[in-house]
Design a binder for this molecule. Structure first.
Ligand SMILES: [Fe+2]
Length: 287
């Protein structure tokens, strides 16, 4: 009996940290044809299958038309980072891959080598850059933010507690002129809505994709998790869809203003345990 309990517990915790789980949110943007976007985040140099094979095969099965990666793919402590980068590069055989860095790529000190390595492999890296892709179902426009400026902006806002000069105004104004659904890629979900009316959601775009929160690590009995970097204990933005007012947005609904989608991520960093929080692969359908 005791051995069975121990075995069950071991299996449970193994799956919570190593077994992929697919989420399939839907967002109604009034598009003529649906667009399937694979959203991955926060791998932290974990490996799902040899060379990331399990993740690659899942991506093939899900048939996305676009793959968005929102940072922390490569952990700061990963000295064999090229192997982890190769697992990302192989996804370019499935669909166009767009990448924004997280705090770990920068903290590694290797970002000046990582960025050109990814770009040579066909990954489109956006650091305060705009990109319009022409997919089979029409154009989609993306703005990817570089997290170092984002941290500065977020810290500035939280110190002042209100609206501040926005270093991204010109980029958002340019994004608003682009065709198709307009996606914002940035590592930090907490910068979507800030106290006092600040945050990215005051600009005009369709959807922000973010990670960083790792699902709040322990999601039982805490609905949004126990702890997340940048949000502390009992965080708010750790998984799923949210409105620009910071409320949950049911899948399938049409948002009034920008929406936020937060990935629970695939790996761990300083907190090495997930509970009720399996590594997440998001197949988002925009329709
Ligand atoms: Fe992370």
């Amino acid at each position: 009996m005791a051995a069975a309990l121990v075995g069950s517990a071991a299996f449970y915790f193994y799956c919570q940290n190593h077994c992929l789980q697919v989420s399939r949110p839907v967002l109604d943007l009034g598009l003529d044809a649906p667009l399937r976007v694979l959203h991955l985040s926060d791998l932290h140099s974990a490996s799902f299958g040899r060379g990331g094979r399990a993740l690659y095969q899942m991506a093939v099965q899900l048939e996305p038309q676009l793959i968005c990666i929102t940072g922390d793919w490569i952990d700061a402590k990963d000295s064999a980072w090229r192997r982890t980068a190769d697992a990302l590069i192989q996804l370019t055989a499935v669909a166009p891959v767009v990448f924004v860095p997280g705090n770990h790529e920068h903290r590694s000190g290797r970002w000046p080598q990582i960025r050109p390595y990814l770009e040579r492999g066909g990954v489109q890296v956006l650091c305060d850059d705009l990109l319009t892709l022409h997919t089979a179902v029409g154009p989609v426009s993306l703005l990817g933010l570089d997290e170092r400026r984002g941290v500065t902006y977020g810290q500035y806002l939280s110190r002042r507690g209100g609206p501040a000069p926005d270093p991204y105004s010109q980029l958002f104004a340019a994004l608003a002129q682009r065709p198709g659904p307009r996606l914002l890629l940035t590592h930090y979900p907490e910068q979507f809505c800030q106290k006092g009316g600040g945050g990215h959601s005051r600009h005009s775009f369709s959807l922000q994709l973010s990670g960083h929160a790792h699902g709040g690590q322990i999601r039982f009995p805490f609905p949004q998790g126990l702890i997340a970097p940048g949000q502390g204990l009992f965080p708010r933005y750790t998984a799923g869809l949210f409105t620009c007012r910071g409320q949950r947005l049911p899948s399938g609904s049409r948002p009034h203003g920008p929406a936020l989608l937060v990935s629970r991520g695939l790996g761990n960093s300083f907190f090495p345990l997930r509970v009720q929080n399996r590594p997440e692969v998001i197949l988002l359908t925009l329709r």
